[in-house]
Design a protein around this ligand. Structure first.
Ligand code: AMP
Ligand code: ZN
Length: 113
């Protein structure tokens, strides 16, 4: 599978890993858009949010709970942070393995551009 994030999961491409278990892995974004910017992804390849099924509900919940735990560890929870998942071209998706962005350490604007 020629997928960048699958290569990170497999250890073929290095990443600064923040958390890892059997289902999910979290790592620092290589081009941070905020003082804190990390990604939480499922280890199993899923191309877009459109490909999720009902069976994926526990995994999707785990992505969010992992994001919140790491945000707390990084000390951005109380001030606040942004969680985003981009879907397909108009959503701004560039890597086609679903991932949750977590951005913090600066004030976010709404709506996003
Ligand atoms: P998206 O545009 O929502 O698909 O987000 C893809 C994200 O992956 C971007 O924020 C990139 O900076 C990030 N990214 C791309 N390559 C890597 C990499 N090798 N390690 C960590 N993050 C990456
Ligand atoms: Zn993948």
């Amino acid at each position: 599978m020629d997928c960048l994030f699958c290569k990170i999961v497999n250890g073929d491409i290095p990443a600064t890993v923040l958390y890892e278990d059997d289902d999910v892995i979290a790592f620092e974004d290589i081009m941070p858009q905020a003082p804190t910017h990390f990604l939480v992804i499922p280890k199993r390849h899923i191309s877009t949010l459109n490909d999720l099924t009902d069976d994926d509900a526990p995994m999707v919940g785990k992505l969010q709970i992992t994001a919140a735990k790491i945000a707390k560890q990084k000390g951005i929870s109380d001030a606040g942070y942004r969680v985003a998942m981009n879907c397909n071209e108009m959503g701004g998706q560039t890597v086609y393995h679903i991932h949750m962005h977590v951005l913090g350490g600066r004030a976010m604007t709404w709506p996003p551009g």
